[in-house]
Design a protein around this ligand. Structure first.
Ligand code: PLP
Length: 450
């Protein structure tokens, strides 16, 4: 598929068995390759290019900052763009989260959050509190603490002996509840087994050993836009408070308007202690991510931790990345990008449901805003998954790419709970006509496989 032959190839490819189309440029929701082929970017790359391609304002802001000062070490200095972007994000975040720490990517952001939670307890004389609890069916990144806390079995497997002692509960999934409940039984018994399992695990391991709990408010790549049941995150917050466990929400994928609100946590009326972000913060124009930290944790750091987080990266707060972020955040606001994303998300949801009613291979349609997921089933009537290893989502995405759209396939987990899905998450700037085009290409790709 459109790969470019070179005399000698120096690239360490993501997958050496594949050849990759060479992208020459992008415009709006489209990418163009060297053969002149056009791809509708139906997953914003890795759900990062929220503003689409070719936004001149962001490119100019980056160039201007690079001319002013290309690198400024945040251990010694600050820049105006850093202060401005921190203010913008602090104002967007829930009211008690005000201090913004920058990293280059989402994995580093979660790594930082997990470490800050541990330092918080250690500073306050509770050095035993070191275990992070995460969830199966989640992804928090590929660095060691993030990978350990995450539950992506395929990514973890190779490194199992190197992973730390993070522990896991299951993510909620009412359609196939891992705790054997249904939404109705939970409501009737006034229980939420998926949340209460956190309390069970904390007690089993000893609250004096637990540092933090980390979760995606809406699960992206590992659940294909899995939305938790009503009350789940509130219950999690209560349990974290009861056992002095730092609550971290990973909004690396869901932040900056992706689910129709600035941050997905707003849908659930809860404030975490740390909120991590990435991807959309710069619209994908520069490597940029970070965490917004609650006043409670920052006050503790100042009072008990000599004011210094024992951590840091060379490229933290990189001025060109931060300039891209600042231009992106202003663009979101001025062009009402979030509002457009929410509106097109509602429309796309309906169009996908309509598609689902016509295709036996399509199961549940889920998600919020423009973070939508479509479950792929061998048999919709019998609610049967494709056998593991068939990688139907990947195959479907290949068929879509041949027809000019690229999605984000999720190939399911080996625990049998989750099957294949396709994440549908185009730039938030997408128009209604482009949504129609996306649906038409998906329709053709599914028809080809049925
Ligand atoms: N957290 C979530 C929810 C993600 O979706 C991702 C990336 O896909 C990450 C963390 C890791 O971010 P990065 O790849 O920028 O390190």
């Amino acid at each position: 598929m459109g790969g470019v032959k070179q005399e000698k190839d120096y690239v360490f490819h993501r997958d050496f068995t594949k050849s990759y189309p060479l992208i020459t440029h992008g415009e709006g929701v489209y990418l163009y390759d060297s053969q002149g082929k056009r791809y509708l970017d139906a997953s914003s790359g890795a759900v990062a290019a929220n503003l689409g391609h070719g936004v001149g304002e962001i490119a100019e802001a980056m160039a201007q900052q690079a001319m002013k000062a290309g690198f400024v070490h945040t251990l010694r200095f600050e820049t105006e763009v850093l202060q401005e972007l921190a203010r913008e994000i602090g104002e967007l975040a829930p009211p008690t989260l005000n201090r913004v720490y920058f990293t280059s990517g989402g994995s580093e952001a979660n790594e930082s959050a997990i470490k800050l939670a541990r330092q918080y307890h250690a500073d306050r004389g509770q050095p035993g509190k070191h275990i992070a609890i995460g969830r199966w069916q989640s992804y928090h990144g590929n660095t060691m603490a993030s990978l350990s806390a995450g539950g992506d079995i395929k990514r973890r497997k190779m490194y199992t002996p190197m992973l730390n002692h993070a522990r896991h509960i299951y993510s909620p999934y009412c359609k196939r509840c891992p705790y054997g409940k249904t939404a109705e039984t939970c409501q009737k018994d006034n229980t939420l087994a998926c949340a209460d399992d956190l309390e069970r695990l904390i007690r089993e391991l000893g609250p004096e050993n637990i540092s933090c709990f980390i979760c995606e408010p809406i699960v992206g790549s590992q659940q294909g836009a899995g939305v938790p049941p009503e009350g789940y995150l509130r219950r999690i917050r209560e349990i974290c408070d009861r056992y002095e466990v730092v609550m971290i929400v990973d909004e690396v994928m869901t932040g900056f308007g992706r689910t129709g609100t600035n941050f997905a946590i707003e849908h659930f009326g809860v404030e975490p202690d740390i909120l991590t972000f990435g991807k959309g913060v710069s619209g994908g124009y520069a490597p940029l991510a970070g965490m917004v930290v609650s006043d409670k944790l920052v006050d503790s750091l100042i009072q008990y931790g000599n004011g210094r987080f024992v951590h840091g990266y060379t490229f933290s707060g990189h001025p060109v990345s931060v300039a891209a972020g600042l231009a992106a955040v202003r663009y979101y606001r001025e062009k009402r990008v979030r509002e457009n994303g929410a509106q097109q998300g509602d429309y796309l949801f309906l169009r996908l449901q309509e598609l689902q009613s016509r295709h036996a291979m399509m199961g549940e349609v889920r998600g919020k805003g423009l973070l939508l997921g479509v479950e792929l089933l061998l048999d919709q009537e019998k609610d049967l998954h494709f056998p593991p290893g068939l990688d139907m989502a990947e195959r479907l995405n290949q068929a879509a790419m041949e027809r000019g759209a690229v999605f984000y396939p999720g190939t399911g987990t080996v625990d049998g709970i989750l099957g294949n899905h396709l994440l549908v998450a185009p730039p938030l700037t997408i128009s209604r006509a482009e949504v129609d085009e996306l649906v038409q290409i998906l329709d053709e790709a599914v028809t080809m496989w049925e």
